[in-house]
Design a binder for this molecule. Structure first.
Ligand code: 4AD
Ligand code: MG
Length: 455
């Protein structure tokens, strides 16, 4: 039976494997031919490290080249080499698939991330992408652990939506109508009305929270905004907790604890991959993560943040005045330069936030919160929700929305309304934050962005 390389190299008691026969399988990373024997480095993706295989003259094969897939059976021995503790002395090798070295695109040198994006079918075989995908997996697991431990239920909200939760008006349409047909009649469409890919599961999350108390969603989310930046995707994954009988303070506590839990989890479970990122992607990464885990986040109302930005000597591209939607340059200045740690901004002007956020008594601001982190800017957006029926009705009108579209949302306030709050975390932004990677297109295996919907 095949053993994964991780379970050998990361075993709590590797001595159990010593002098025993094992079979591993994976892809050849490098071959170093010596006179009477050869070293083959094999990687199976289970961990960053390769396992070194030693083969003698009789097993040599010119088809053992970088990229080829093999399985190896042999005895595991202590390695005299300084780079690894264990190695396999092969007794048999099976070649599964050859890989012509003249054509295989992944050479030993480091490739640019731009180049690797063009070969999305092979980039998971690189160290960086392997490490990203293992950390992505760990963060998904940590997310479920965190919320499950707190008694949140994981709920599934629809991907096809009939309304625009964020009021942003940048949704992908879902239709079976003939695209060449002029003057389309959407009453004849599949759903009998216009339908879209969801921008958020929040409103449906609220429905379930207003019955089961604490819930979270974790699913794909779609935005058709033409944001060609290193922080935006057209298809990204979002985690959206929603809590009944909770206010903005509870929301902030949950967001901060969740981020810290994720950081703690990868520090405990993915240290090899983090060391790799620390060495090759962002020097000081591990120290930064430990700092995040140990430091209380700064809490600050939007109005104070505007004052800080106005007093700074920074030359911002977008001028700062009360009422503006903060740009990532402003958010990063606050988290990166001014406070040098994650910041939770609250109480934004109601005009720049979604209709469902709870109005503050000043009549100008809402109980919103954005969590801003160094390097990224906004990583979480959330709020306490407006639970007062009359105020919500008025806001829907003020925002130019149609009450008919939100009748069910309003009924939640009519029948047994409760204070409730929640937030959304962009999963890929969390991965950027934890790995130090620069571009969001490199932390999702198949990125979707303007002009890119291929494999
Ligand atoms: O701030 P947003 O738009 O909030 C919502 O969607 C709320 N319904 C969440 C809630 O309260 N339940 O998005 C939440 C987060 C952002 O902070 C950001 O991290 C991420 O989603 N995000 C994106 N990530 C990648 N690409 C995009 N185009 C993103 N747009 C938002
Ligand atoms: Mg936001």
């Amino acid at each position: 039976m095949r053993t994964k390389i991780k379970s050998i190299l990361h075993s709590k008691s590797p001595e159990l494997f010593l002098e025993k026969e094992v079979t591993i399988a994976g892809w050849i990373r490098t071959v170093r031919d010596q006179k009477s024997f050869a070293f083959i480095e094999v990687n199976d993706g289970s961990c960053l490290a390769n396992l070194q295989v030693i083969i003698d003259e009789s097993l040599k094969n010119p088809d053992f080249t970088t990229g080829a897939s093999i399985s190896v059976t042999g005895k595991l021995k202590q390695s005299p080499g300084k780079n690894q503790a264990l190695e396999i002395h092969a007794s048999t090798i099976r070649l599964y698939g050859k890989s012509d070295p003249a054509k295989f695109p992944l050479q030993k040198k480091r490739h640019s991330f731009e180049f690797l994006r063009e070969i999305a079918h092979l980039r998971p075989r690189t160290n960086t992408q392997g490490a990203v995908l293992r950390i992505r997996n760990a963060l998904a697991f940590a997310t479920h652990l965190f919320f499950q431990k707190r008694g949140f239920l994981y709920v599934h909200t629809p991907i096809i939506a009939g309304s625009d939760c964020e009021g942003a008006g940048s949704m992908f349409r879902v239709t079976t109508l003939d695209p060449t047909q002029k003057n389309k009649d959407f009453s004849q469409d599949f759903f009998g009305k216009p339908a879209y890919l969801t921008v958020s599961g929040q409103l449906e999350g609220e429905i379930i929270a207003c019955a089961l108390s604490d819930v979270y969603t974790f699913g794909p989310t779609f935005r058709a905004e033409n944001s060609n930046t290193s922080r935006h995707l057209a298809e990204f994954w979002m985690i959206e907790p929603e809590m009944a009988f909770a206010d903005l303070k509870d929301n902030m506590e949950c967001a901060e604890s969740y981020l810290k839990f994720c950081v703690q989890y990868v520090l405990e479970n993915c240290i090899d991959d983090l060391q790799f990122f620390d060495q090759f992607i962002e020097q000081g990464l591990i120290e930064r993560l430990i700092h995040v885990k140990e430091t209380p986040f700064e809490h600050l109302p939007y109005t104070k943040a505007i004052e800080i930005l106005q007093k700074s000597s920074q030359n911002f591209v977008f001028p700062v005045e009360w009422g503006i939607d903060l740009q990532s340059e402003h958010e990063r200045y606050l988290a990166e330069n001014y406070f040098k740690k994650p910041v939770i901004l609250t109480d934004y002007p109601s005009k720049i936030k979604a209709f469902y956020m709870r109005s503050n008594d000043d009549g100008k601001t809402v109980a919103a919160m954005d969590v801003l982190v160094p390097k990224i800017g906004e990583i979480i957006g959330g709020s306490q929700r407006e639970e007062r029926l009359d105020i919500l009705q008025q806001k829907i009108l003020d925002f130019g929305l149609k009450s008919e579209d939100y009748w069910w949302y309003l009924e939640l306030r009519e029948f047994g309304t409760v204070p409730h709050a929640g937030f959304g975390l962009g999963f890929e932004r969390l991965i950027l934050f934890v790995t130090g990677m620069e571009n969001i297109r490199d932390v999702i295996p198949f990125p979707r962005f303007p002009g890119h919907a291929d494999f």
